[in-house]
Design a protein around this ligand. Structure first.
Ligand SMILES: Nc1nc2c(ncn2[C@@H]2O[C@H](COP(=O)(O)OP(=O)(O)OP(=O)(O)O)[C@@H](O)[C@H]2O)c(=O)[nH]1
Ligand SMILES: [Mg+2]
Length: 686
């Protein structure tokens, strides 16, 4: 049972925000205030509920999201603590699929930071109700009015005070229910008035009565318009807390219990039915306990003791122990042998979960990140609109230290990839490399450490091959006749084709424009196969050719010698001939880079980035003598960047990269790459 709580009494909240803004400490303070733990743990002591992982204790910050729940004022609150470092953003973004409310924490000492902005944006894109929680109000030398101004400037006037610090930050005064009170800055009456004015705007009748009668609406009348304002993004409440002293914690809990949306009050999650591109329609889950079950898995954990754990949010229906559930479009159901609530590292067995609950099932191999669990084939083909994750670009080629460990390496990498949507494993048959990709070097290092500590597997690493591509900039024709008559049965096939460039990212298009059956239908598939082989192998420097249209418009066969193999070869050679004549170029991946550095290192950094063929698109002072630099740079220039950044900034700099686009390499680099490549004509069948 989820206690005796009904869906209306459930709240789901994600704590997101920049690293070290105090999310894990805040989760600890909330658990303590609700009596779940008898004493608050500390991140630096490694005894918090949410940073329970050995690696997190060692690092002193969160690496994974963690899930807890606590009860307050007749509500059950499910809370997801997420990591704040940009390298671990995958876990923070994934948490958004589990909740109705997002609390974006801001460190009162450092103000708005990179992940504050990113997570505000991600939460807005998902139309989630947002609140800003300013933490560490106990600290010295703060400029809280200045920070509130910054927030309103950056995120809009709809960011409004819902409480104010009082008595030098020792506590706070809530301003929706209170009209007067002492605050450290701003007036309680003015903040109250501004909030009421904003809320009544949401309800025409209420507004009309308010304007006519002048009497302020009661709290009960304000509830619905408050929810509407949150849902529509017309109101982003600002709250103040100190996770350390406990200031503002009760008030935050009261807001979560009385004002954070219940599952029916938030915007419905964006489900759709059907398959992408094949006529899908929006689907609205109803948080009704009596309907069919629909739950969405937003986190998967490869637990060393419990096996594969699928952590989900229930969106519809009642999930019960012993019931049968389907995974996605799977035909065979699995039995829910055990149903759990998750409390940090602990799983607490329950009998049932309701819409709005967050829970887990263990040992179900079919479960994958982002899958949907349901109890009837009526709910097949339902998906959640995918979250937008940054594309992992930082790469390392890995190799086992011990021979014979290769299969274990794959199994372990598979588990790591299963847990993290921003960690991928690539296998490159041409270079025989296994490449792991993540959001930054710190991200990859954490994975390597996990492999060593949890799975006891040591690997060697080196920079990976850059995923160059080739394309054409002009049009051309290619003709090839493949004819073999020496001994035995002959081979014959002739192909005439034309190639034209397509827009970047449009891929490969094959058109059969042959008239009068000069290439019989049965051999056309062979021609296409040969063309694809030609593109795959590359022409200029050995990288796959992409973004072009190939039209086969003529050819010839032979009554006896016309053979599939002959058309494969003719297709391949004709397309290569055409590409060589169509001004081919080599493309390289360009990444968007975000670098956080001490202000005094900006000059050195921009110079260094320029020497790497990069350019700066923005520099932003962060106030606390740190600056954020954004720019674009070719991925090929970043192999040693972490250590370079370390030496340029005395260890204080950090960076993340995200795929931006493909762009042509400069001619000198194209020549270098081409000089190492030779078309393997000699090894081909002729
Ligand atoms: N003075 C003060 N320090 C705090 C407060 N809350 C957290 N801290 C300290 O700030 C540091 C970071 O706290 P965490 O709770 O780990 O922050 P986090 O947001 O979870 O960090 P990540 O997991 O890296 O995203 C720790 O040293 C905490 O002790 C607070 O209210 N006041
Ligand atoms: Mg944390």
């Amino acid at each position: 049972m989820s206690g005796n709580f009904k869906t209306e009494q459930l709240r789901s909240v994600a704590l997101v925000g920049h690293g070290a803004s105090g999310k894990t400490s805040l989760a600890e303070a909330l658990l303590h205030a609700c009596g779940v733990i008898s004493a608050k743990g500390r991140v630096d002591k490694g005894n918090t509920v949410c940073d329970y992982d050995a690696q997190e204790k060692e690092a002193g910050h969160s690496l994974n999201s963690a899930i807890v729940n606590f009860d307050y004022e007749d509500t059950r609150i499910h809370l997801i603590d997420s990591p704040g470092y940009p390298d671990f953003a995958g876990q923070a973004i994934a948490a958004l699929a589990g909740v109705d409310t997002v609390l974006v924490t801001v460190n009162a000492q450092t103000g708005i930071e990179l992940m504050t902005e990113r997570m505000m944006r991600h939460a807005a894109e998902r139309k989630l109700c947002r609140m800003i929680v300013i933490n560490k109000i106990d600290a010295e030398n703060l400029d809280l009015p200045g920070l509130v101004n910054d927030i309103r400037e950056r995120f809009g006037k709809q960011c409004m005070l819902l409480d104010l610090p009082a008595h030098g930050g020792a506590d706070v005064v809530e301003v929706l229910e209170h009209v007067t009170g002492d605050a450290d800055f701003a007036s309680v009456a003015a903040a109250h008035q501004a909030l009421i004015d904003q809320i009544v705007e949401e309800d025409e009748d209420l507004l009309a009565r308010y304007l006519e009668e002048g009497a302020e609406p009661g709290l009960a009348d304000l509830h619905a318009p408050f929810e509407k304002a949150l849902r529509e993004g017309h109101l982003i409440p600002i709250l103040f807390v100190s996770a350390k002293t406990g200031a503002g914690i009760k008030e935050l809990l009261h807001v979560l219990a009385t004002l954070a949306p219940n599952p029916a009050e938030g915007n419905p999650p964006p489900f759709y039915k059907g398959e992408p591109g094949a006529g899908s329609v929006a689907f609205q889950a109803e948080p009704d306990a009596a309907k069919h079950v629909l739950a969405h898995v937003f986190k998967v954990v490869a637990d060393p003791y419990m096996g594969k754990l699928g952590i989900f949010r229930v969106h519809q229906g009642t999930l019960k122990k012993d019931m049968q559930l389907f995974v996605g479009d799977g035909k065979r159901p699995f039995k829910v042998a055990h149903l759990y609530l998750v409390q940090g590292k602990d799983l607490v067995e329950v009998e049932q979960l309701l819409p709005g609950d967050i829970g887990a099932v263990a040992k179900v191999e079919e479960i994958d990140f982002d899958c949907v669990l349901h109890d009837s084939h009526d709910e097949d083909h339902i998906h959640l609109v995918p979250l937008e994750f940054p594309k992992p670009m930082a790469g390392l080629a890995v190799e086992t230290k011990k021979k014979g460990d290769e299969q274990r390496l794959f199994d372990i990498l598979g588990k790591l990839a299963m847990e993290d949507p921003t960690f991928v494993v690539e296998r490159h048959p041409t270079s025989n490399e296994t490449v792991i990709r993540g959001l930054g070097e710190i991200h990859l290092k954490a994975k390597l450490e996990k492999m060593a500590s949890q799975y006891k597997l040591e690997v060697d690493t080196k920079p990976p091959r850059i995923p160059y591509r080739e394309t054409i900039t002009g049009s051309a024709e290619g003709i090839h006749r493949h004819k073999k008559q020496s001994g035995g049965a002959g081979q014959f096939g002739e192909v005439h084709l034309r190639i034209e460039p397509k827009e970047r990212g449009e891929g490969f298009e094959f058109v059969d424009a042959v008239k009068g059956g000069v290439i019989p239908g049965v051999f056309m598939a062979a021609v296409e196969k040969g063309i694809r082989q030609g593109l795959e192998g590359g022409v200029v420097a050995g990288y796959a050719v992409d973004d072009l249209k190939v039209t086969v418009f003529d050819g010839k066969t032979h009554a006896v010698d016309g053979k599939e193999v002959a058309f494969v070869v003719a297709g391949r050679k004709a397309v290569i001939e055409a590409i060589r004549a169509a001004k081919p170029i080599v493309l390289e991946p360009i990444v968007q880079i975000e670098i956080t550095v001490p202000e005094n290192a900006i000059g050195d950094l921009t110079g260094d980035l320029a020497s790497r063929r990069g350019h700066i698109t923005g520099t932003d002072a962060k106030g606390n003598s740190m600056a954020a630099i954004s720019g674009e740079v070719p991925l090929a220039e970043l192999n040693d960047y972490q250590s370079r950044l370390k030496s340029l900034t005395g260890g204080k700099g950090s960076y993340t990269i995200e795929f931006a686009r493909y762009a042509a390499v400069p001619p000198t680099i194209q020549q270098q790459l081409a000089s190492k490549f030779q078309l393997p004509w000699t090894t081909w069948p002729t």
